[in-house]
Design a protein around this ligand. Sequence first.
Ligand SMILES: Cc1cc2nc3c(=O)[nH]c(=O)nc-3n(C[C@H](O)[C@H](O)[C@H](O)COP(=O)(O)OP(=O)(O)OC[C@H]3O[C@@H](n4cnc5c(N)ncnc54)[C@H](O)[C@@H]3O)c2cc1C
Length: 483
Amino acid sequence: MSVKEVKVCIIGAGISGLKTAHTLLNDPRSKFTKDDVLIVEGQDYIGGRVLTDKTSSKLGYSYDLGGAWFHDALTNVVLKESIEDKSFDLNKDGYFDDLEHVYYHNDHKGELPYNKWRLNKVGEELFKFIEIYYYESLDRKDMNLLEITDIYIERYGDRLTPEQIKYLHQVARYSELWFGVASDKISAKYSAMSHEGRNLYNLKGFSFLVDKLLKGIFRENILLNHKVSKINRADKYIETQHGTIKFDYLVVTVPLSILKLPQDHEYGITWEPKLPASMTEAIDKMSFGALGKVIFEFDNIWWDNEIERFVLLSEDLDNKDIGEPLKSLPKKSKYPILAINYAAMHKNEKASLVLLTQSPLTDYVEAHPEEAWEYFKPMLEQIVTKDKKISEPINVMTTKWTQNPYARGSYSAVLPNDDPESIIVQLSGELEGVALSHSPIRFAGEHTISEGDGCIHGAYMSGQREAEWIINNFFFSKKLAKL
Ligand SMILES: Cc1cc2nc3c(=O)[nH]c(=O)nc-3n(C[C@H](O)[C@H](O)[C@H](O)COP(=O)(O)OP(=O)(O)OC[C@H]3O[C@@H](n4cnc5c(N)ncnc54)[C@H](O)[C@@H]3O)c2cc1C
């Protein structure tokens, strides 16, 4: 068993960990050198939830199995910096896939007259209602998205048409494909999303960001296949299966799903001494979703290639038990699905559909990828154009995030009665008076930041935040309060 010593140890080689190391080693104000910084990663690859698969496609596509869009395009720093340093060519590598979605519901044997029925406008109004409902009184009881939709219909049903009332829950359920959880698990209070700009699809794959960050980090700065099982806060060391690493500063970037595990779990982390109760309570009051992707490749395009996104609404109009774990394939169209037409985005004829799924469907399909086509085929039959027939896929791929013990899902999500603010306050230590504000134990990752939470750019900025804190603390202030 080895014993190493470094000034800054970073747990996790995802975007937040890489950005932390990159800033420590490249910020002009920092004097940290190669031997001072070490990233300790449990898995055998670098990038974490950014993972571009360049080899499995039979059509020559690269698929981002994790993050794929630049969200919040107006304020997204990763996008801004990447355009400026020319690592990302907006015209060649980016695609704003924001044409009107086309909606399907099996009642109609084809496209649903979504806009004609003003379902788009009623959907917008529902979310505005939710915002106002909680704005009027922040203390109002949280509930799930289906329940608040009931309240909206109860109050404003006299303004709605029978079609709008019939389909409104299904329209609201589209949010499942943002949050990665079924609507009966989505917090109504936090369901109204505000985006800072459009969404830009990254056609070339987010591995470019990993590669870019790696240019400023030495390969020797990263230890792969080192699972951290213990963090001793008092004596400042961590334990992995290969030995002990002592540190002056530690940046913990493991996903929220790992922080939530019991300490005696095989993939849990034992804290010595235990984390303060304010932190563990905050961690408990935030949840983790499971957005998944299922990719089907075909030898021909049998859908309308002018359409970028097909939304296949759920046919299950009673929406019962949708968040419960699945023991077998659910009945057809129990969950809404978003099918993204890769050929349209890449402006070519190479037939590929990427389907987004939510928990618990993601969990089931990722555990049983061989059943994916059987399940999705009847749903996809809705989008076949009149002159064509659906064909069997030549390639089927599914993500594995729920099966991956180092991810255990996709990204943080807010369930009813969760408190998304306190985890950020507790883990980012940005505010005075919180448990770790002066501690050498830092946290970064998509779950520790409010701007860009859940996203690649949020993870990136959180890494930068912690590196800057350490630089300031180490080079500009020697005062470290004891925990
Ligand atoms: C399916 C999916 C779709 C997404 N879509 C988008 C999108 O379109 N746009 C967007 O901006 N974001 C998207 N995201 C989210 C984005 O990918 C993540 O927010 C971001 O990559 C998280 O980075 P991170 O550094 O916080 O965590 P991670 O990338 O998870 O890094 C943490 C690292 O810690 C390691 N680790 C865990 N436990 C241990 C341990 N005990 N010891 C050592 N190492 C450990 C993990 O292996 C991992 O490498 C998506 C994510 C998924 C899964």
